[in-house]
Design a binder for this molecule. Structure first.
Ligand code: BTN
Length: 263
């Protein structure tokens, strides 16, 4: 993992914040936690923490994220302003950037897909997840974007073994450095485009990778489950759910989508 620091291609891909520090660890409890600490100490936008494994990796909804060796675990820092917070959610941009990066490595017939809001699927199974954690300090907003990608073949815990996969299962096995370079190349372009007001095009790209769009779904929220048609994405990347009576509800980046059979 430490060879990451020497890779010119990787450094070039994150040229948008080339001055920002990079930390590479063999193992950490959680890259999100380490980066939150650096952010608190004033780390600049683009600061990156990478780990070869995690002992206390966290996922969405308070779940744990199994993080054995063979996966790639990293977090990087964004410092969005108020205007940026009203634009397309960076977590969704992160999921799309993972898809675009994987396009360059996986076979053509296994096109990476997105499960709203930002799970990345290969052959219908989850290969990567994004966890965004935002805090506000005296220095403004700090958004820690943490990504976990099952690159090499890894053993999954029993509860997810049926629904998880790795990039290696497609026959590809990109080096972590090569994947990171491809990811940051995509993310940088997409994020800069959102900053310039180009969110609509990116929404269209994300929508094209969401197989459940336009179909009946059950959306599991914190305290309820609601059914309806997943009719589209809002400007910030929220899920627009249309119920039987035609009313629309916009759910902003919370909940879990389950496909249901049409009646
Ligand atoms: C999900 O639940 O889908 C999101 C998983 C995010 C996991 C990554 S691994 C790197 C970073 N550090 C963590 O503790 N979590 C995120």
């Amino acid at each position: 993992m430490t060879e990451l620091l020497d890779q010119g291609a990787f450094l070039a891909a994150r040229a948008w914040c080339a001055e920002a520090p990079v930390e590479v660890h063999e193992e950490l409890p959680s890259t999100n936690d380490r980066l939150a600490q650096l952010a608190e100490e004033g780390a600049p936008e683009g600061t990156l923490v990478v780990a070869g494994s995690q002992t206390a990796g966290r996922g969405r909804h308070g779940r744990s994220w199994s993080s054995p060796e063979g996966g790639l675990y990293f977090s990087f820092l964004l410092r969005p302003d108020e205007a940026m917070l009203r634009r397309l959610a960076p977590t969704l941009v992160g999921g799309l950037a993972v898809c675009q990066a994987l396009d360059g490595f996986t076979p053509e017939e296994t096109r990476p897909q997105l499960k709203w809001p930002n799970d990345v699927l290969l052959d219908g199974r989850k290969v990567a997840g994004v966890l965004g954690e935002m805090t506000r300090g005296s220095d403004g907003y700090r958004l820690v974007l943490g990504l976990g990608i099952n690159l090499a073949a890894v053993e999954f815990p029993d509860d997810v073994s049926e629904i998880a996969t790795s990039v290696a299962a497609t026959g590809a096995c990109p080096e972590p450095t090569a994947f990171l370079a491809a990811f940051f190349e995509s993310f940088t372009g997409l994020y800069r485009s959102v900053e310039r007001g180009g969110g609509a095009l990116i929404l269209a790209q994300a929508s094209a990778r969401m197989p459940s769009l336009g179909k009946p779904i059950r959306l599991h929220l914190a305290n309820e489950s609601v059914t309806g048609i997943f009719s589209g994405l809002s400007a910030t990347g929220g899920l627009v759910l249309e119920s039987e009576d035609g009313t629309q509800r916009n759910v902003h980046l919370a909940g879990e989508v389950e496909a249901v059979r049409p009646r």
